[in-house]
Structure formats: C-alpha cells, structure tokens
Design a protein around this ligand. Structure first.
Ligand SMILES: Cc1ncc(COP(=O)(O)O)c(C=O)c1O
Length: 384
C-alpha cells in the first residue's frame, strides 16, 4: 500500500487492496447505510453500554440471514448469536472458544487461505494445519486432495471453511462438493468453523449461505463467523457476529456463556454503531430492499470486471489460460504467476497485487483492463 501511494505514475493500478472499489476507485458508504445512520443517530438517547452479546435485534436478524428463517437448528433453539467486532472478532472469539473447550485439537485451514487467518486463530495457541484447496498454477480446486486430508484428521478437529468468495483464490465449492464435504465432516466428527465474510458477493444472500445451511443440517455442532465489512461496506465500524450451534439447547447455552466470558476478557463489549445501522436496515423493508439492490450492484460490477479482464487477457495472450478469472467469485483471484512476475508488474508497469499474485478485481475498470492485460501478457516469459 505504501509503495502504491508513493508511486507517482498516472497509469498505476491498485489490485492489492482488500476492499470493494467502485468505477471511480472509491469505497463508498452505501446509500441505505447513510439513511439508516441518520435514523440511528436521531433516535439515539444514550451512549451507555449495550451488552457483551451486543444488540439482540441485530443478532436475531443476522442468524435469520445466515441460517434462513426455518432452519432446523433455529427451530430446535440450538443456535446462539453474539455480535462481535467484525468477522475478525468472531474468528478470534471462536478460536478462544475452541481452545477453552478442546485445547489439543488441530484447526485445519485451506492452503492457501486469507493471510489473517493464521494469526487470528494461531495466537490463541491452537495448532494449525493446512489442507490442500487450490492449485494456483493449474487454476483449479484440489477437492479430492482436500477430502483425503480431512479424512485423516482426528475426530473433534476443527475445519475452517470459506463459505463463498474464497480469499485469496475466488474458487468456491459447488453444491455437490458441499454435500460431500458435509457428509465427511459428519462421518469423521469434525467441527466446521465457517467463515462467511462475503455473503451476497457471489450469487445472492440466499445462495451464498447454502453451504452453511447444508453443513449445519448434517453436523451436531458448528461455529460461524459473519462479517458486514464487505456486504454492507461497514469496514471501520467493526460489525460482525459469531453464531454457535450446539448439539442440544444446554450445549448451545454453555457455548454462548463461554463466548460471552471470552468477549468480556478481550474487548468487553462490541462497538454498537455498525450493528445499530445493520439492525435498522434489517427491520425496515424499504431499506433492506435498497441494501439488496446496492449489494447486487457491487456484485455485478465485480463480475463484469472479471469478464472484461478475462476477455482482454485472452486477446492479449491469444490463449484461454486466464479464462478461469471469469468464472471465479468474489473480489479475489490468484493470477497464478511467480513473485518475480508480480515484482516486474509493479516495477515496470505500476500494477500492484499481493506477492502470491492475489488480485482484487474491484481494482479493474473499463479504462485500465486492457492496460493490465497487456502488461501481464508482456511479463509472462514462461508459459503459464
Ligand atoms: C476471509 C475473510 N474472513 C474474515 C474477514 C473479516 O473481516 P472484518 O473483520 O473486517 O469483518 C475478511 C476480511 O477481509 C476475510 O477476507
């Protein structure tokens, strides 16, 4: 980020940042958020604490958004939701819960995974292992290898799963793969820790939660980390939630009680402002409809830029090597080139991405797509 800022070239392109960008390169406040925010501020009469679990109406609405209104776990009152400071807060509290309940378990994370997963989960003292997930050079999932790895895991181990818009690969499981994974988790008695940071960024709010709902149908216990940073653009307001599902009501209550104790010991109370905004949007049908529209607009823009960049790369290279970019989902894809090529793109062409060649497609615009594609084509000495 510092190198990008210091680069005075007028053609520089930032594909490294982890936030949504519109066509003008801005990360806007959603209009529904602005309206809700005004209502929240006008109605607010105190800044006193809410609760360690945050806002009840937020937690209820989030649980319904993620599991759906009629999910068996909710009907059986086996789900408990706690507001957290962003998805990171949920991941960290979840890690501490696992550590308190079963200190010797291993948490299996995808290879590759989001860079922050390792410190967030590892700093609680849990042992981490990687399961094969994606072959960056071949641009495809390693689903069979993933299942083989998990089949060898010890009962009680935890599996961290990106629900949709996998970060950094953009490669998600299809419905049949979700079924196979859910079956394996249940058979091998593995505990899913589902990371849902991009609900609504792949297909829509319903379709993007299917993996969670399906897994939660088949396993007795699960953890779900939810973030509103991307889909409501609430990044700095630190708005998220941790849903835990217990085998029965008593287990769910015990899990929730531990979660609250952990929350108190780390940050005491979650910040309120973003959750108040989200709760207001959920409770107001007109605002919710506006949110769904704005979310669709962000999703469509990214998907159009995926199509555009893939087409330009096809033209520039004369090959379909990069067609995979079109079909992947969410903001990120791995270009699948060497760190040297990433450096050349930065030094010679002012195009910035992460060293592992993760690109944020929200940094592409109709104005820079051809430039980026030609630069990539010119830097690929070895066939990829
Ligand atoms: C995979 C993944 N999980 C969780 C998060 C949590 O984000 P936040 O703490 O901002 O809600 C992110 C954000 O980039 C992410 O990419």
């Amino acid at each position: 980020m510092a190198k990008y800022r210091a680069d005075s070239s007028p053609v520089k392109v930032d594909l490294g940042v982890g936030v949504y960008r519109d066509l003008d390169g801005n990360t806007p406040v959603l209009a529904c958020v602005r309206r809700a925010e005004q209502a929240v501020l006008a109605a607010q009469s105190t800044k006193s604490y809410v609760a360690a679990a945050g806002r009840e109406e937020f937690n209820g609405a989030v649980e319904e958004m993620v599991l759906g209104p009629a999910h068996a776990a909710r009907r059986a009152a086996r789900a408990r939701t706690t507001q957290t400071p962003g998805g990171c807060g949920a991941l960290r509290v979840g890690a501490e819960l696992i550590r308190a309940a079963a200190p010797s378990v291993t948490v299996h994370v995808s290879d590759p995974t989001w860079g922050n997963h390792v410190p967030l989960l590892g700093s609680s003292g849990l042992r981490l292992e990687r399961y094969p997930y994606y072959d960056a050079a071949a641009h495809r999932l390693r689903f069979d290898a993933m299942l083989e790895h998990l089949d060898r895991a010890t009962a009680g181990d935890v599996v961290l799963i990106h629900v949709c818009c996998h970060n950094p690969t953009g490669a998600d499981l299809d419905p049949a793969q979700w079924q196979a994974l859910a079956r394996l988790l249940a058979q091998r008695r593995l505990v899913p820790f589902l990371d849902l940071a991009y609900q609504g960024f792949a297909v829509d709010l319903q379709a993007d939660a299917q993996g969670v709902r399906l897994v939660a149908d088949q396993v007795p216990e699960a953890l779900i980390a939810i973030s509103f940073s991307k889909n409501m653009g609430l990044y700095r307001e630190r708005t998220g939630a941790l849903t835990v599902i217990g085998e029965n009501q008593a287990r769910a209550d015990a899990m929730q009680s531990h979660v609250l104790q952990i929350a108190r010991s780390i940050y005491s109370m979650p910040p309120d402002h973003g959750a108040a905004i989200a709760a207001h949007i959920f409770a107001n049908p007109a605002l919710k409809a506006q949110w769904i529209e704005e979310l669709a607009a962000m999703r469509t823009r990214i998907s159009e830029m995926r199509g555009l960049l893939a087409r330009q790369l096809h033209e520039a290279t004369g090959k379909g090597t990069f067609d995979f970019i079109r079909a992947q989902r969410g903001m990120f894809s791995l270009l699948g080139v060497s760190p040297d090529a990433v450096e050349r793109l930065r030094e010679k062409h002012h195009i910035y991405m992460l060293t592992d060649s993760r690109m944020n497609l929200a940094g592409i615009t109709p104005h820079n797509a051809a430039y980026v594609a030609n630069a990539i084509a010119s830097e690929l000495q070895e066939p990829v």
